[in-house]
Ligand binder design. Structure first.
Ligand code: GLA
Length: 377
């Protein structure tokens, strides 16, 4: 990384920072409803080498792109002015300055192993690595939750994607061998031990290769519908709808909003149940909770697609303890919890089912709960 930076910018970087992508075990589409989530950080990371510049400009280069260096004037940054991948790092600098932090220019070289468009939060990983780098370059001393807020604002306002807080919190706050319990309303969090190997388990990520794009409107449509439902129910957010008596409470809502609320309420309960199973030392018990979560995302929240549905059903039929789509949906990835003895056969079965259905071969990778973002050199 240091050499690559030097080749592009002509000087050595001041440091190198890495931030991971994530998969969410359970608690999907709950973060912007002030609810709970349970992500883990992936071993896949976005790495940023960076150095200060004194002329108020940022220069951005990515090993995954064509060699072009994007050069921008900090003072001229505004939402809508930068498109493509550069909007994420530029948005972080913009968000920091907008909140009054004394941040100047920077040279930034990016390299990443987080697949783009696979629902594994490549954009959050990029934002968080840049946020950490700039925080240190300019001695801001911000904490993880503050940096996550900056990264989320960059995505929401600068890049125009109305995501919640989960991805950025996961990238910055996860620790190895644990899932991160997150309360998206208060940002309270706890590391919940998730020792896969000790229990003879594996977590597979199945990338369906159906490009998922949160900017395409379906995600924000769900979000707006949830806000409307909360307003009609007279609660601050759907997190405040009690599970007991829910069916009666929902009768005042238009038909199309009821299943959305049902998903959020039952999904929050699934997070609580999953945490209690993990606290009890029984990671295998997550299986049926994952599969129930998928049914809810498919039937009630309607954010799955034929490929994610097929990956889940084929994995479960082949002996997975449980499986579900992860992230925003409309494509992207599925996670499957499997016994290690069955990891290979489940992966093969899913690939076989995709072949038989005429879909592209999915990429199947075993992952483990990895550490969150930090300086690596
Ligand atoms: C995307 C968003 C997150 C979250 C998930 C769904 O990953 O970026 O904030 O809403 O979708 O749980």
């Amino acid at each position: 990384m240091k050499n690559a930076f030097q080749q592009v910018f002509g000087t050595p970087p001041a440091g190198v920072w890495a931030a991971p992508g994530r998969v969410n075990l359970i608690g999907e589409h709950t973060d912007y409803n002030d609810g709970f989530a349970l992500p883990i950080a992936l071993p896949h990371t976005t790495v940023v080498a960076a150095g200060r510049r004194s002329d108020g400009r940022i220069r951005l280069h990515s090993a995954q792109r064509d060699g072009t260096v994007t050069e921008l004037e900090l003072a001229g940054l505004a939402p809508g002015t930068v498109s493509g991948w550069a909007a994420y790092p530029a948005g972080v600098l913009w968000a920091l300055r907008e909140q009054g932090h004394a941040v100047g220019g920077a040279d930034v070289h990016v390299d990443s192993t987080v697949p783009v468009g696979a629902g594994l939060s490549s954009s959050a990983a990029l934002e968080c690595a840049v946020a950490l780098a700039v925080d240190e370059l300019y001695g801001l001393g911000l904490g993880a939750a503050e940096l996550a807020g900056i990264a989320q604002r960059a995505e929401n306002v600068f890049a125009g994607v109305p995501c919640g807080s989960m991805d950025q919190m996961a990238s910055l706050c996860c620790t190895a061998d644990a899932a991160l319990w997150l309360d998206a309303r208060t940002l309270a969090r706890r590391q919940v031990p998730f020792p896969l190997e000790d229990q003879g388990l594996r977590l597979l990520v199945i990338d369906t290769r159906v490009q998922h794009d949160l900017a395409d409107g379906a995600y924000s449509a769900r979000r707006v519908a949830c806000e409307r439902a909360a307003e009609l129910l007279g609660v601050r957010a759907l997190r405040d709808v009690p599970a007991e008596g829910m069916t009666t409470a929902l009768e005042c809502l238009p038909d199309e909003l009821r299943p959305l609320v049902r998903h959020v309420v039952t999904e929050n309960a699934r997070v609580t149940e999953a945490v209690s199973r993990l606290d009890g030392g029984d990671a295998a018990a997550l299986g049926p909770i994952l599969t129930a979560g998928h049914a809810s995302l498919r039937d009630d929240y309607r954010v799955s697609c034929p490929e994610t549905d097929l990956a889940v059903s084929a994995a479960v039929e082949a002996g997975a303890l449980g499986a579900r789509m992860t992230g925003g949906g409309f494509g992207g990835s599925v996670i499957a919890l499997v016994r290690d003895t069955e990891a290979k056969s489940v992966g093969e079965a899913v690939k076989g089912a995709f072949g038989a259905a005429g879909h592209r071969t999915p990429a199947v990778t075993a992952v483990w709960p990895s550490g969150g973002a930090g300086r690596i050199a």
